[in-house]
Design a protein around this ligand. Structure first.
Ligand code: BES
Ligand code: ZN
Ligand code: ZN
Length: 460
């Protein structure tokens, strides 16, 4: 548990049992210098001969309390995350932190870096950390509200798939009603009567029934509208095109797109963003049973287009085809869709960078720039029309996979068949789930996408 509070007074004037001063290239910053002057050069002497790299620290005992000298890197957000982790590790309960020019990024980094998921541990690490920052309350408040959304998205991704079933995910969505978000959940029967044949086919192999979740955050006088779609596979075994165990280990996180949508909705409502945001999630499991869909099945999507299933592990695009078409039918002007869609995106861009595809350049640029401001890494990829023929089927309008080559592109082309309004598709298969701890959090769900969505909404 971490709390950020506003501190009165600078590092030199403030009172605290522990003060944190940043060190960059061997030098103190201005408030650190002022503190050092008060301490008669104690800090500078301590730094002599040492070279503190990013994330490294040196604890100095001063007459009025201790001072932690902490190595600052290029990025204030990451350095904040590392600092929070170091303070938790050292079990310091409280500290006064020197401000940085990047005040907001620092506050956000401190909160994100301190995230832990110990809901299912018998022994909780009950470490509480209070950080005081001499910053404007608005800055801290925004960081807290954004972090709430990121925390929600991470919690949902980290929750095991036996507990976070499609119904349970819908229950978590319904909790957003408390913040004034309208939430409606459609059950299997309602999904069937709508005609979402592709979504239902993916869901039909599971004992846990699917849910279609609609969300609407509509503040009075909203200046624009944004429609979000998130992939909501609470577990992806691959179906009859079964994944090997290794590939299945992170598949509880195949609802990270949905988690980002819910997290962003939560933050947007807390922040009171003046934009109407709608969200759509087709939540289900991809399982094997006597009822499961097969390779070779032909499905009728909500749009009326038919799809021949050539690989049951390419299930996300089937659920998204129906969700995207539904979003447009509900009046979306432009759609931002997030999904852990392809291993090919991870091969292309690695674990840290999401692949961005856009059917319209201006919408793509807006999303790319928003991600950049949010500090989330995305890179544009081509929706190459020449590859559209890879999706031709001998028996249906489309098949659900191309060949091995350009797999992230053919997946994006498949999605684009189901929308006419501008679509930005973020393939977050890499960055949604961290295989090891990092500056902004531990191993597991990252909450990737929440901050980008909020920046997009703010830019409208
Ligand atoms: N959920 C996976 C994609 C994925 C892979 C997410 C790795 C996170 C990490 C998706 O449903 C899938 O299995 N895609 C297949 C598509 C293929 C059959 C065309 C893939 O990428 O192998
Ligand atoms: Zn799959
Ligand atoms: Zn999947």
């Amino acid at each position: 548990m971490i709390t950020l509070t506003r501190a009165e007074g600078s590092l030199a004037e403030g009172q605290a049992p522990l003060k944190v001063a940043w060190v960059k290239e061997g030098r103190l910053l201005s408030q650190g210098e002022a503190l050092d002057a008060r301490l008669g050069g104690l800090l500078r002497r301590a730094l002599e001969g040492a070279s503190l790299k990013e994330g490294e620290s040196l604890l100095v005992a001063a007459p009025e309390g201790q001072v932690l000298l902490f190595g600052l890197g290029e990025d204030a957000r990451s350095s904040g995350g590392r600092l929070a982790q170091a303070l938790l590790r050292l079990r310091f309960p409280e500290a006064l932190v020197e401000p940085l020019p990047e005040a907001y990024a620092l506050a956000e980094g401190l909160l994100l870096g301190a995230y832990r998921f110990d809901r299912h541990r018998s022994e909780k690490e009950e470490k509480a950390l209070t950080l005081r920052l001499p910053e404007a309350e608005e800055v801290l408040e925004r960081a807290r509200k954004v972090a709430e959304g990121v925390y929600l998205a991470r919690d949902l991704v980290n929750e095991p798939p036996n507990l976070l079933t499609p119904e349970a995910l819908a229950e978590r969505a319904l909790e957003l009603r408390a913040l004034g978000v309208e939430v409606e959940v459609l059950d299997e029967e309602a999904i069937a009567s709508l005609g979402m044949g592709a979504f239902l086919a993916v869901a039909q192999g599971s004992e846990n029934p699917p849910r279609f979740i609609r969300l609407r955050y509509a503040p009075p006088g909203a200046r624009a509208r944004l429609d979000l779609v998130g992939k909501g596979l609470t577990f992806d075994s691959g179906g009859y095109s079964l994944k090997p165990t290794e590939g299945m280990t992170t598949m509880k996180g195949d609802m990270a797109g949905a988690a980002a949508v819910l997290g962003a909705m939560k933050s947007a409502a807390l922040l009171g963003l003046p934009v109407e945001i709608r969200g759509y999630i087709a939540a289900c499991e991809n399982m094997i049973s006597g009822r499961a869909y097969r390779v070779g099945d032909v499905l009728k999507t909500l749009s009326g287009k038919t799809v021949e299933v050539m690989n049951t592990d390419a299930e996300g695009r089937l659920t998204l085809a129906d969700a995207l078409f539904y979003a447009e039918r509900e009046g979306a002007e432009r759609i931002l869709e997030l999904s852990t869609l392809t291993g090919a995106a991870v091969v292309a861009l690695g674990e840290e960078v999401a692949a961005l595809f856009a059917t319209e350049p201006a919408w793509g640029s807006l999303v790319q720039e928003a991600a950049h401001r949010a500090g989330e890494k995305v890179w544009p990829m081509p929706l190459e029309k020449a590859y559209r023929e890879k999706l031709k089927s001998p028996v249906a309008d489309l098949k659900n996979v191309g060949d091995r080559n350009g797999g992230a592109i053919t997946a994006a082309l498949f999605l684009s068949e189901f929308v006419r309004v501008p679509l930005a598709h973020l393939d977050i298969a890499g960055p949604a789930f961290a295989k090891k701890g990092h500056a902004l959090g531990p191993e597991g769900g990252t909450g990737f996408g929440v901050r980008t969505i909020l920046e997009v909404a703010q830019a409208l």
